[in-house]
Design a binder for this molecule. Structure first.
Ligand code: PMP
Length: 405
């Protein structure tokens, strides 16, 4: 792995100051910073070869189309999908899940059917299913979690029923950092012929994701959480499903032949890519994935485990600090509360010290309710963070406690 100072030099924003203090960016679960190579790749599109994709006969359109399709290939290889037809570009995880919830619901879900999600889910993996359940008069069932913030597997098995049409679970909890045993969840669902969608928004950037090994039917992630641009994301779907599912949007590029009587659809993956896509974003995402591969995904996972261990040691020594989410299988995220101090106050004071953390419910209100709290302070680290930054966080938290004592 590159030296940490070399890595940080790849991310110009990390050397900025806020309130005249060096920025300590610990909100990577919300969005990650971007390396220069990603910014250059996006800039390059607009400076050198911008042309709308798949449309023109001219050189510019050809070059952009080639770069876009090359990005699709990078994504395919990054997640080890077997074919490029299984990679659909979307606006992000939310876009991917909404599209599947709509399309899958239209094709397969009937009154009285059941959709299974977990208590850990981000709203993006709850609300689209709820909306579909309302349309189809289906029921949303919820896998409970234990006090450590882990899915209760036996309860999951009990909830799988002949009426379960799909299971939708997160790979990693954004609120608590728990790594969910998605492989086991998928095996159990598949043994009953139930497909599984995995929300990879917090999983893809922390180690290696292999959709072939995982055997998920659908996988969704966002570019901006893996050092890529905003407004671009991916939906992976097994070819057999994508062939059967109806498109969720109509428009240009997704059609084969259009008459007023009937429209036939384009081949995969274009059937699901209506209108002008965010091709510059896709090209930037391809570059981000190449950057991550260049650093090394195993190396990233190892470094983040070291950061987590260091932060756990530092923070658990602080009196009055309670951590939510204590699974031994966690990404480098720590959600906590300070005794008698509101999470917003903690977050605001840390901010004034140049330390960016997230406060609130983290778009996961049901899991906050499970723990009987209104929210937490969330520290989400990634490989460009340093042990010094964690020390500064520890000192900052002690300052907050002092101010309130
Ligand atoms: N799922 C999880 C687990 C997330 O953490 C997030 C983002 N916080 C989303 C879905 C939604 O991602 P996006 O806003 O990029 O669509």
């Amino acid at each position: 792995m590159k030296d940490i100072s070399e890595i940080r030099a790849d991310f110009p924003i990390l050397s900025r100051k806020v309130y005249d203090k060096p920025l300590i960016y610990l909100d990577n679960g919300a969005t990650t910073q971007k390396p220069l190579c990603v910014l250059d790749a996006v800039r390059d599109v607009y400076i050198r070869y911008n042309g709308n994709i798949h449309r023109g006969v001219h050189a510019m359109s050809d070059m952009t189309s080639e770069a876009y399709e090359n990005a699709r290939e990078i994504v395919r290889s990054f997640i080890n999908a077997s074919q490029r037809e299984e990679i659909i570009f979307t606006s992000g995880t939310t876009g991917s899940i909404n599209s599947i919830a709509f399309s899958f619901g239209e094709r397969y879900v009937k009154e009285g059917d059941e959709i299974l999600v977990s208590n850990l889910e981000h709203h993006a993996n709850i609300v689209p299913w709820q909306m579909m359940c309302e349309r189809k008069r289906a029921k949303l069932k919820v896998i409970p979690v234990n006090d450590n913030g882990e899915i209760i597997f036996d309860e999951y098995l009990k909830l799988l029923s002949p009426r379960t049409k799909i299971v939708a679970v997160t790979q990693v909890s954004n609120a608590l950092g728990t790594i969910v045993p998605v492989n086991d969840i998928i095996k159990a669902a598949h043994s009953r012929n139930i497909p599984v969608l995995v929300d990879g928004a917090q999983g893809i950037q922390h180690g290696t994701t292999d959709v072939a090994l995982m055997d998920c039917d659908f996988y969704a992630f966002s570019g901006h959480k893996i050092y890529g641009p905003t407004g671009i994301g991916v939906l992976y779907g097994k070819e057999k499903w994508l062939r059967e599912l109806p498109p969720w949007q109509g428009g240009g590029d997704m059609v084969d032949k259009v008459t007023f009587e009937k429209t036939t659809y384009n081949e995969l993956p274009f059937k699901f890519e209506a209108g002008t896509m965010n091709y510059a974003g896709a090209i930037g995402l391809g570059k981000a994935l190449d950057y991550v591969s260049g650093i090394g995904r195993e190396e990233i996972a190892l470094r983040e485990r070291q950061l987590l261990e260091y932060a756990n040691n530092r923070l658990s020594g602080i009196k009055g600090l309670k951590i939510f989410g204590n699974s031994p299988d966690k990404i480098a995220t720590i959600s906590f509360l300070l005794d008698g101090i509101h999470q917003y106050d903690t977050g605001m004071i840390l901010d004034k010290l140049g330390i960016a953390v997230r406060t609130g419910t983290h778009c996961a209100q049901p899991v906050m309710e499970r723990f009987g709290i209104e929210g937490t302070v969330r520290v989400s680290m990634c490989f460009y963070n340093t042990f010094d930054e964690i020390d500064a966080l520890g000192t900052g938290i002690e300052k907050v406690i002092q101010m309130f004592s």
